[in-house]
Design a protein around this ligand. Structure first.
Ligand code: BGC
Ligand code: NOJ
Length: 843
């Protein structure tokens, strides 16, 4: 069953009814001011950091779902109507054009989530309304552009109300520290018409003291009234579904002192039959210089001289339209960098639109704010952001560069890493644990991907501190060396890497031994951890060390004269390290038919035929084959066949089998989840593309695309009642075969699944992959595909690629601008070349 449809031409998903199984959300914002918005206008906004600079309130885990948003109420002011929020009335008095929060049935409803904007359109009793929500590029504000049309045959007198509930900046404190909160809230309402800011509501809690920022809500029309105190607006014991002031058609001009500051505005609109009118609301964030906060300087009144011109600009409908067109152009530019035309609509749609879009969103948000991430739980993950970058490089390389340097600056002198940092401060912290021994290796992969995309070798010489401590700066290449060394310094009894708190699987906590209810597996460690080892990290190490070897070789051939302080070892060092580790994996990490997963603190194996539960895990099958293990002797194929046999389901590939049926003290959080969910044998989508990549490496394009489509959100659209999350983005998890809700997705949007699937489909299945020597084109496509076309912008050159299947296999013959070349890498064209045509014959 579907709840909407894709409109690929406009790059939109069109939701056809408001009561989707879960709120289906979208993101607004590109660089600093961000918001999440649901299909019924729920969600919230923040500046840079969803925890530290929250603008508006949202109630997670609420009943009904999705409370708190960018609300607009409409009221029919016809004096003959009586009554109010009775949603069964045939002649409606009041309603929400976004359905929530009033939830009165609408005569029509449509929500279009697009690239950085959302439009909600509905009609009730002849009044059509359409609200376009977006954040203009380069400014810290959001626009709600409401267009009302009277489709009745007589004049309509309407009241329009806007309403937001302000958060008191620190979202955690805002949701917990009420003994303080209820006394600090402050607002200011500009009632003077002279300065041009008439009717603007300013939220300025703590501005009197150390903050130099405030929020504001402004409207393009003269106000008939306002409220800033929630109690006054809603009325006693009422909710957002039935504010008393809306019912009465009159706001009271309340000024919040403490309690819950809100912004609510009232605009009266008279529309003749067929008439249309725009009302623009803007909600924004603004900072003033510390020494110019007040006007007059000795007062406590906000200095508005720099904010008013911004407000004035965006209350103008032409400016709003210009800003929207600019936003569309921006996304046209980004998404135009790589487009494909294949025989499969789901592949095209995800590669050209939604997967690329999700990659940008995960780049921006890491794991901080979604419908499932509260914005106060987790920030920018070290391993997460390094992996998110893998799909992002070609989109905005300058921002990728900055992100890499920010991440590296939180690396510790040991080579280890803080597990996350807070976006506002860019300082690493241990809030969700530390000592995840895989963390530093991901930095190697992201830097290598950046270099292959851009050829910008200068990044390696950037001086980057450790732990953000000034004076500890070392070139980025030293950070990479320490990342590799970190693993080599931490080998266990089998000479496999020690796992630390956990590896990629955060919940495989082999040193925690936690028996205390509520204790966090992510932050507690009860064992020193000198025994438990990870085969996954071994595989990742081989992959990273081989990357380092190629990086060093390419550095030598691309950069003249090695810098005096070059901390990287010769490539042979990394190759030897990789091959030593491979030997260890074959000796201790191979189980006969698949790769083992780990050794626990007692030295017992996990992910082996010896185990009753957790006999086979997906992660080492993916990563070890990706690292090239078993390619020559058939063991890679064997491992992948075992995945197909034991782990694959129609809804995707589960993390392991059998799921753990009870809590195992020595395994940790993985065994806390009921089997089939999350890390306990759920379909953890992040890992599936590793198998797709591995399948292409052994030449099985049919299998790779088959796995790709099992979790492709668009391909699952028809199952929306089972899948339940948005059909346009990947979710972190789909319930595995042990779960009663097998096939149900959770934790959509913020997941490494986005970047990895993008990499798997574009670089491995379609086979278009940047290398140090040029653009490689080596597709491993399904046998039934007769070819595909792609356009890839790479280092300023537009590659027009045409792939033709002329035989059943994967052997490749390239013709570049009409001339055959050897190999699968298109060499860099002469300087100044704008376009290269590549014909790829697959046999
Ligand atoms: C989740 C993981 C997550 C970890 C850290 C665990 O409860 O299952 O997926 O990475 O917490 O926040
Ligand atoms: C989600 C975390 O963000 C990610 O870092 C981790 O690898 C997976 N969960 C698996 O535990």
């Amino acid at each position: 069953m579907r709840f909407g449809h894709f409109d690929d031409q406009h790059r939109e998903y069109v939701i056809e009814r408001p009561d989707t199984p879960l709120p289906w959300i979208n993101y607004l914002g590109n660089e600093a001011y961000f918001g999440i918005i649901s299909n019924t206008a729920g969600g919230y906004s923040f500046y840079k950091d969803a925890r530290l600079r929250r603008l508006t309130r949202y109630r997670y885990n609420n009943a009904p779902l999705d409370m708190g948003g960018r609300y607009i109420y409409l009221r029919d002011d016809d004096p003959h109507l009586s009554g109010s929020f009775d949603t069964l009335r045939t002649t409606p008095r009041t309603w929400s054009p976004s359905w929530m929060p009033v939830r009165r049935s609408l005569d029509s409803y449509e929500c279009r989530h697009g690239m950085g904007y959302t439009t909600i359109k509905s009609e009730l009793a002849g009044i059509e309304s359409q609200t376009r929500y977006f954040i203009p590029l380069g400014d810290n504000l959001e626009i709600w552009e409401l267009t009302l049309t009277n489709r009745r045959s007589e004049t309509a007198d309407l009241s329009v109300f806007s309403a937001v509930e302000f958060a008191l900046w620190d979202a955690n404190d805002d949701a917990t520290n009420f003994q303080r909160n209820y006394s600090v809230g402050e607002v200011e309402v500009d009632c003077s018409s002279s300065a041009g800011g008439e009717g603007v509501i300013y939220h300025k809690t703590e501005y009197r003291e150390r903050r130099d920022h405030f929020a504001y809500l402004a409207c393009s029309e003269p106000l008939a009234g306002f409220d800033t105190d929630r109690g006054a607006f809603l009325g006693p014991y009422r909710g957002w579904d039935a504010p008393q002031a809306v019912e009465a058609g009159q706001l009271s001009g309340s000024i919040a002192h403490g309690w819950q500051p809100i912004g609510a505005q009232h605009v009266k609109v008279r529309l003749k039959a067929g008439e249309q009118k725009k009302v623009i609301f803007i909600l924004g964030y603004h900072e003033n210089p510390k020494d110019a906060k007040f006007d007059p300087p000795d007062s406590q009144t906000i200095n508005k001289c720099t904010v008013l011109p911004i407000i004035a600009r965006y209350l103008n409908a032409d400016e709003v339209e210009k800003a929207f067109v600019a936003l569309r152009k921006y996304w046209d530019g980004l998404l135009g960098k790589f487009t494909v035309n294949t025989p499969d609509v789901h592949t095209d749609r995800m590669v050209n639109i939604w997967n690329a879009y999700q990659v940008v969103i995960t780049f921006n948000m890491s794991r901080s704010a979604s419908y499932f991430e509260s914005g106060i739980g987790r920030g920018m993950g070290f391993r997460d952001s390094n992996q998110d970058l893998l799909g992002f490089m070609h989109l905005i390389p300058e921002r990728a560069r900055e992100r890499i340097l920010d991440l590296a600056a939180t690396q510790l002198p040991t080579g280890g890493a803080y597990h996350q940092y807070q976006p506002l401060t860019k300082r690493g912290n241990n809030d969700v644990g530390g000592n995840f021994n895989d963390d530093p290796l991901w930095l190697v992969l992201s830097v290598a991907a950046y270099l292959k995309e851009t050829g910008d070798w200068s990044i390696l010489d950037e001086a980057v501190p450790y732990d953000n401590v000034p004076g500890t700066e070392k070139p980025l290449h030293e950070h990479l060396q320490r990342s590799i060394q970190y693993t080599l310094d931490r080998l266990g009894p089998h000479r496999l890497p020690l796992i630390g708190r956990a590896d990629w699987n955060d919940c495989l906590n082999l040193n925690c031994f936690s028996d205390t209810p509520g204790q966090s597996f992510q932050t507690t460690t009860n064992k020193e951890g000198k025994v438990a080892e990870s085969v996954f990290i071994a595989g990742l190490f081989v992959l990273a060390a081989k990357e380092m070897a190629v990086l060093v070789e390419s550095h030598q051939s691309n950069v003249e004269g090695t810098p005096q302080t070059f901390d990287l070892q010769p490539s042979t060092f990394y190759l030897n390290a990789a091959s030593e580790m491979e030997k260890v994996v074959w000796a201790a990490g191979w189980d006969g038919d698949w790769f083992r997963r780990a050794y626990d603190d007692f030295g017992h194996v996990l992910g082996s035929k010896e185990n009753d539960e957790g006999r086979i895990f997906i992660e080492p099958q993916g990563i070890c084959v990706m690292a090239g293990l078993g390619m020559e002797d058939g063991r890679a194929e064997k491992a992948l066949n075992s995945v197909a046999e034991h782990l694959a389901t129609p809804h995707g590939i589960v993390l392991h089998q059998p799921g753990f049926t009870r809590y195992y003290l020595h395994l940790g959080e993985i065994s806390t989840y009921p089997a089939g969910y999350k890390e306990n044998a759920g379909i953890f989508c992040h890992t599936n593309p590793w198998i797709m990549i591995a399948e292409t490496m052994i030449g099985r394009g049919d299998k790779a695309l088959d796995y790709y489509l099992r979790i492709n959100p668009s391909a699952r659209e028809e199952l929306s009642d089972v899948h339940r999350c948005e059909p346009y983005v990947y979710a972190q998890m789909i319930a595995g075969k042990d779960a009663p809700a097998h096939g149900e997705a959770k934790n959509s949007w913020l997941t490494g699944t986005a970047a990895w699937n993008y990499v798997a489909i574009t670089q491995w299945i379609l086979g278009i992959q940047p290398t140090y020597d040029g653009l490689q084109v080596a597709p491993v496509i399904p046998s039934a595909w007769d070819g595909f076309e792609a356009v890839r912008n790479y280092r300023g050159v537009r590659y027009e690629i045409k792939v033709e299947r002329r035989g059943p296999g994967n052997s490749i013959q390239l013709e570049v601008d009409g001339l055959p070349i050897a190999g699968t890498v298109v060499p860099f064209p002469p300087q100044g070349t704008k376009q290269v045509g590549v014909l790829v014959i697959v046999k």
